[in-house]
Design a binder for this molecule. Structure first.
Ligand SMILES: [Zn+2]
Ligand SMILES: [Zn+2]
Length: 320
């Protein structure tokens, strides 16, 4: 299961309505933070995420609205007497940026900060446990914004399941013994032997892509083909994008990417503060790609075995 908490949806600076664009992917009890602007740790606290359990942070590019929250988070971790290392991933130059922020001397950082420079196309994989189907892979891809900007795709490892269509065809009812079958064991039910090789099918794991800032780009379309959820920046509507064109996308651009890549759902994010109502952007996207949504701060997206749920984080009571 993948759970995506949208922490912020705005561009440039945090406002009361929209904090800067950032999100958390939760998978098998681990949390992965993507981008970290000013105020991100407030939204993390509201969503109930502990900084002490956050081990991996991924940065798309070095504009302030995507990195200025890093020193604050490192400082808070230090104040909470964290000792476990933190890993920060980002495009070429991330090393210089993170070390530069730490060298501001805002406080002692008594834990190791491991910085990983990632080239577009490189993958980061990990096992969250040794159980089958619980691993993940994070692919990276080139975006069209700054020289080094990249996007990320979080892919849950696939898993084996009993072939439900075959069962229906042969009129076989579900049975508790199928749990063993799923784990690769041969089982016998009413004298009939069920072999894993004949009754199991490979199910793809859930996947979510996050672009960071980008103009419409073929490198993005190629990378995000077929993902369940695409979270694509949409700073402007089509008219304003043409006017300002600062390396960003319009709602229509994002929808075209979603359509051409054949994704499941599109969430627009990273909105300019000039917009009061988001309906014109949503309408613009839906004219091209029906399954488009406006991301809001504290939205909670759940992907579980092919099903999708959109809810809201229940903000945690302030404890301090
Ligand atoms: Zn930005
Ligand atoms: Zn930017």
């Amino acid at each position: 299961m993948l759970e995506i908490t949208i922490l912020g949806t705005g561009a440039t600076r945090p406002t009361m309505r929209r904090f800067t664009t950032s999100l958390v992917v939760r998978h098998e009890g681990e949390v992965y933070l993507f981008d970290c602007g000013e105020g991100t740790q407030v939204r993390l606290a509201q969503s109930g995420f502990s900084l002490m359990r956050m081990n991996k942070i991924f940065i798309t590019h070095f504009h302030g609205d995507h990195i200025l929250g890093l020193p604050g988070i490192l400082f808070s971790m230090a104040k909470n007497e964290r000792r476990k290392p933190v890993e920060i991933y980002g495009p070429v130059g991330i090393d210089r940026i993170v070390n530069g922020l730490i060298s501001l001397n805002f406080g002692r950082v008594p834990f190791e900060v491991k910085v990983h420079e990632v080239h577009p196309g490189q993958s980061i994989s990990g096992e969250t446990s040794n159980q089958r189907g619980t691993g993940y892979r994070i692919d990276t891809f080139k975006t069209r914004h700054t020289k080094e900007s990249i996007g990320y795709i979080f892919r849950e490892q696939g898993y084996s399941n009993v072939d439900k269509e075959k069962m229906a065809r042969e009129g076989i009812k579900s049975n508790p013994k199928f749990a063993d079958l799923k784990n690769g064991k041969e089982v016998e039910i009413n004298g009939r032997v069920f072999k894993p090789s004949e009754w199991l099918v490979e199910m793809p794991g859930a996947s979510v892509a996050y672009t960071g800032d980008t103009m419409k780009a073929t490198s993005v379309i190629d990378a995000v083909k077929g993902v369940d959820i695409l979270i694509h920046e949409s700073t402007f509507n089509e008219g304003d994008r043409a006017k300002f064109d600062w390396g960003h996308s319009s709602a229509r651009d994002a929808a075209e990417v979603a359509k051409e890549a054949g994704v499941g759902r599109l969430f627009l994010i990273h909105f300019s503060h000039r917009y009061r109502s988001m309906k014109p952007l949503l309408d613009e996207a839906r004219r091209v790609f029906e399954n488009s949504y406006i991301a809001e701060d504290l939205d909670l997206l759940t992907l579980k075995k092919g099903s999708f749920d959109l809810g809201r984080v229940k903000p945690h009571e302030a404890t301090d």
